[in-house]
Design a protein around this ligand. Structure first.
Ligand SMILES: Cc1cc2nc3c(=O)[nH]c(=O)nc-3n(C[C@H](O)[C@H](O)[C@H](O)COP(=O)(O)O)c2cc1C
Length: 190
């Protein structure tokens, strides 16, 4: 069983990295394999709406790191999308992930149904809710099962690198999210 995190922050060592580390650390301690895809380390252009994936299931014509990212997403039992808020919404790399991976997956027989989906969002001040909803729309078009936190919506506050660690409630929320992902993963996939 494997849970992957897709990190849409362009900033290495920033708040999204810290929050996802917190979540993945707990999942790992529960003997579930994890991996983070740092989108900033990959080439992933935006979808150009060519329609190639409709004729060639599972394939995209754009020559970049899509095949690797798609393969890891398909193979995982759970996908955590993590992003900072940029102008009230998810970052361009996360949007490219959702459009490319999502559109190709939509044109395949069985793809993401009943995988676990979870979202982690951080911002300085505003835009968390809209961004969470953006990520949840990705999960819910596939019939994925959303893991949430019993503490609060899965968001945190922080601006400068590392500042999110001062958001005590945000960190507790992430820990509880991780525990729920573990619980759900064992129910659904063991
Ligand atoms: C281009 C850009 C747009 C941003 N837009 C928002 C915003 O709409 N709302 C907000 O509260 N913070 C906004 N921020 C602040 C980031 O969400 C915040 O610094 C966050 O902690 C960055 O996460 P990271 O450390 O993982 O990169 C923006 C930052 C950048 C660089």
């Amino acid at each position: 069983m494997k849970i992957i995190a897709v990190n849409g922050s362009p900033r290495k060592g920033g708040n999204t990295d810290l929050l996802l580390d917190e979540v993945l650390g707990i999942i790992k301690r529960n003997q579930i394999e994890t991996e983070t895809i740092f989108l900033r380390d990959h080439q992933l252009q935006s979808c150009d709406a060519c329609g190639y994936c409709r004729e060639h299931p599972g394939k995209c014509h754009i020559k970049d790191d899509f095949p690797l990212i798609f393969e890891k997403s398909l193979a995982a039992e759970g996908i955590i999308l993590g992003t900072p808020v940029y102008f009230g919404s998810a970052t361009p790399p996360i949007k490219a992930f959702m459009d490319r991976v999502g559109y190709v997956a939509r044109h395949m027989e069985s793809s993401f149904e009943r995988k676990i989906g979870a979202a982690v969002v951080v911002a300085r001040r505003a835009g968390h809710n809209f961004t969470l909803a953006q990520l949840y729309f990705f999960f819910t078009i596939f019939g994925m099962v959303i893991a949430s936190s019993p503490h609060y919506w899965t968001l945190a506050f922080g601006n400068q690198k590392g500042q999110v660690t001062s958001d005590e409630e945000g960190i507790i929320t992430m820990r509880k999210l991780a525990e729920n992902i573990v619980w759900l993963a064992k129910k659904l996939h063991s």
